[in-house]
Design a protein around this ligand. Structure first.
Ligand code: GAR
Length: 216
C-alpha cells in the first residue's frame, strides 16, 4: 500500500481531507508520518487523533536550509515513504529532498498556477480582480510553485469577495482535488513528460463557463 509522508506548517485541513479519504475508502493509502516545522501546528492534533506518528523538526537547529531538508529526507526514507505530500507547508523545498523524491512530492496551491504563486494566492487573486481563480495540485520542483500540474479546479470570483470569503470556497475544492490527485498516483495513472503530466483513462471534468461575457 502507498505510504504517505505529510509535511505541514499549520491548520492541516488538507491533511484531514486525506485522512478522511483513506478512512472512508476513497483512497487506498496509509499516512506513515507527519512532519511539522512549527511546534504548535494544529496538524499534530489531527495526527494524534488518528494514531499517526508526528515529528516536529526545528529549522533553526539545522546548520543550513539544505541540511534541514536532508534531515526531512532521512526521516522519510527511514520510514519507506513512497509519496511526500505538502499540505500547507510554508517553505520552498530544497534539492536534497527533491533529488531523493523526484516526481514523488506533491503540493497544493490556492490559485490557478502559474497565476499567483507564493504566499496569499487568494488575496493576490482578489486584488488583481480576476473573475476565476481556484487551486492546483502539482509535482514539486526547485522553483516556487512551478512544477508539473496534475489537476486544477476553478472557482468563480465575485467583486464582493474578500480574501477570506474566496479562500473558504477555494478550500472546499482543495479538499476535493488533493485526495483525487493522490488516488490517481496510487493507481499508477500519472506519467510526467517534461512539464506535462499525462493521466491515463481520465475523464476530464466538464468545463464550466463561469460569468459568460454578454451575448455568449
Ligand atoms: C491551503 O489553502 C493551501 O493551499 C495553502 O495553505 C493552506 C493550508 O491550509 N498553501 C499554500 O499557500 C502553499 N503555497 P491547511 O493547513 O488547512 O491545509
Amino acid at each position: 500500500m502507498l505510504r504517505l509522508g505529510i509535511l505541514a506548517s499549520g491548520r492541516g485541513s488538507n491533511f484531514q481531507s486525506i485522512i478522511d479519504a483513506i478512512e472512508n475508502g476513497r483512497l487506498n493509502a496509509q499516512v506513515a508520518l507527519l512532519i511539522v516545522d512549527r511546534p504548535n501546528a494544529f496538524a499534530r492534533e489531527r495526527a494524534r487523533k488518528h494514531g499517526i506518528e508526528d515529528l516536529y523538526l526545528n529549522p533553526q537547529e539545522a546548520l543550513s536550509k539544505d541540511a534541514f531538508f536532508q534531515r526531512i529526507r532521512d526521516e522519510l526514507t527511514a520510514r519507506n515513504i513512497d509519496l511526500v505530500i505538502l499540505a500547507g507547508f510554508m517553505r520552498i523545498v530544497r534539492r536534497p529532498l527533491i533529488a531523493a523524491f523526484q516526481n514523488r512530492i506533491m503540493n497544493i496551491h490556492p490559485a490557478l498556477l502559474p497565476s499567483f504563486p507564493g504566499l496569499h494566492g487568494q488575496k493576490q487573486a482578489v486584488d488583481y480582480g480576476v473573475r476565476v481563480s481556484g487551486c492546483t495540485v502539482h509535482f514539486v520542483d526547485e522553483g516556487m510553485d512551478t512544477g508539473p500540474i496534475i489537476i486544477q479546479a476553478a472557482v468563480p470570483v465575485s467583486p464582493a469577495d474578500t480574501e477570506e470569503s474566496l479562500a473558504a470556497r477555494i478550500l472546499l475544492e482543495e479538499h476535493r482535488i488533493y485526495p483525487e490527485a493522490i488516488r490517481l498516483y496510487s493507481e499508477g495513472r500519472l506519467t510526467v513528460e517534461g512539464r506535462i503530466v499525462r493521466i491515463s483513462d481520465y475523464d476530464m471534468p466538464e468545463a464550466t463557463l463561469v460569468n459568460p461575457p454578454p451575448g455568449c
